[in-house]
Design a protein. Sequence first.
Length: 312
Amino acid sequence: MKKKAVLGIGMAAIVFLSSIFNGVVNAAEDEKPLNEDANIVQEMEEAVGGLEEIEIIETNEQEVPPNEVMDIVDGAEEQDVERQEVKANNQKYIVENYEVDGKKYVVTYSQDKTSMSVICLEGNTITTKNYTFDPVLQKYTEETVVLRTDDENGLIEQNDEVMAQKIKYNSKVVCKLHNKSPYYYQTGKEGKKTYLKIGCKANYRIRTDNLTTSKDKKCSAYQSAIKKCNSNRSKALASLVGTEITFVTLLALVVANISFPPSVIVTTVVSVVGGGTGVIKAVYATIDAEKNYQDVKDYYAVIKTYGKNCNS
């Protein structure tokens, strides 16, 4: 009989159900990673930096030789491992979880060993290490992020605000996924002229009534991506109702494994936090929200060039 482990994430005690993802999970062959070229440290700081319920207490990035990374895989195989396999993109991914001295470890890696993540859970501290192989240098890049969770604090919601100026703007619609990088938009009007105000770390005003069809579509896509991101975030929160798992914890774990295909991320995250159907749905919704957020970033980088920088 497979053992059950009780996990402590923040103030919560979460029962790990090892039977959820037993055996081989077959994903669609065209399933793509969320962001296989992501800088995990930067993505994590953007995702959870500044939130009260989770604190980044350490980050590090360094090159390590292949033998050190292989030692991790060998070390996992020496333990009492629960092993799962996920197939995606004509590649097999292995997820192994085990316990040592009260610490929960989840090791995820591609069969060709070019990408790997190691998550260590100890009380309310989560240590994530992500490894990416450079075939030119014949070395791995190791990205480490250590998080401390505090589930007593609730989620921080963004408040809508209406800017007072000549142009009459509607309420601000904020992308609520990453509080440190709150992309937003506001639609406005002055006479027959229509405007779109967008922002993140800077603010831009775009006149939209005279845009080309192509540019107008990109502006609409930016707004749609923000709405979809918020909608998927809400779905994730709703799916977590009745569990003791926080959305921020799921988001941090999704971002920590952003270079893997979605089905691999789901298997990895559930191996860490446990849970049933609701948690699985929440992870998928969080992945979709993160995809939407990546779209928001991409569209923002393009459409800000259509307008003028403004202070507010």
